[in-house]
Design a protein around this ligand. Structure first.
Ligand SMILES: [Ca+2]
Ligand SMILES: [Ca+2]
Length: 185
C-alpha cells in the first residue's frame, strides 16, 4: 500500500466515505482516489472560490472555455452549505451530479447556479445576468434581456415574474433548447 493512500485514509472519515457513496455511484476506492487528487489541489481540504475555478476548469476539458465569471456561479452550486468553501464531500457529490446525475438532479444543480442570491427563485434580472455570460461564452449575438423575457413567457407557469425551482425544472425538462443553453459546456 502506498504512503499517500494511507494518509488519505487518516483524514477522510468513514462517515464521509459512506455519505459520498450513498449519494453517488462511486465506490470506496474511487472516492479515495478522488480524495488524493482533491488534497493535492487544496492541502487544507477546502476550496475557496478562486481555487475552485482553477480546479474545476482543469477537471473538465470541455469547460476550459468556460469563463471564470461563469465558474464563480458554478461555485455556489457546489457549496451546498453556503459557507464560502467547498469541502471534499460537497465537491465530489456535486461533481458526480453534474456528470452522471439524473436529468432532474442536474436541473436542480443548474437552478442553484442561476439562483444567484439563493432566494429559491430565479428572477428575470438573474436570468439575464447569467445569459449575458452564456452568450459571451458561446459567441451568441442575442440580447440577454429579450431572451430572458422569452424564456419567462415559456416557463414561468404562474406568471408571477419569477421562476421557482419546480417551474425551472419543468421548463427545462420540456424545452431541450433551454437546458442546453443554460448548461453551456
Ligand atoms: Ca461548503
Ligand atoms: Ca434568486
Amino acid at each position: 500500500m502506498n504512503y499517500r493512500r494511507d494518509s488519505a485514509k487518516k483524514n477522510l472519515s468513514e462517515d464521509d466515505i459512506e455519505f459520498i457513496a450513498a449519494n453517488t455511484d462511486f465506490d470506496r476506492n474511487q472516492i479515495l482516489e478522488w480524495y488524493e487528487e482533491f488534497r493535492q489541489k487544496c492541502p487544507n481540504n477546502q476550496l475557496n472560490k478562486a481555487s475552485f475555478v482553477k480546479f474545476y476548469k482543469s477537471l473538465i476539458p470541455g469547460d476550459s472555455k468556460a469563463e471564470d465569471s461563469f465558474c464563480e456561479h458554478v461555485f455556489s452550486a457546489f457549496d451546498t452549505d453556503n459557507n464560502g468553501y467547498i469541502d471534499f464531500s460537497e465537491f465530489l457529490i456535486a461533481f458526480w451530479i453534474r456528470s452522471k446525475g439524473s436529468l432532474k438532479d442536474k436541473l436542480n444543480w443548474l437552478f442553484d447556479i442561476y439562483d444567484m442570491d439563493k432566494s429559491n427563485y430565479i428572477t428575470p434580472w438573474e436570468l439575464s445576468r447569467m445569459l449575458r455570460l452564456v452568450f459571451s461564452m458561446k459567441s451568441i449575438n442575442d440580447d440577454p434581456y429579450l431572451a430572458s423575457k422569452q424564456i419567462f413567457d415559456d416557463i414561468d407557469r404562474s406568471k408571477d415574474g419569477r421562476l421557482t425551482r419546480q417551474e425551472f425544472i419543468a421548463g427545462c425538462t420540456k424545452y431541450e433548447k433551454y437546458r442546453n443553453l443554460f448548461a453551456p459546456f
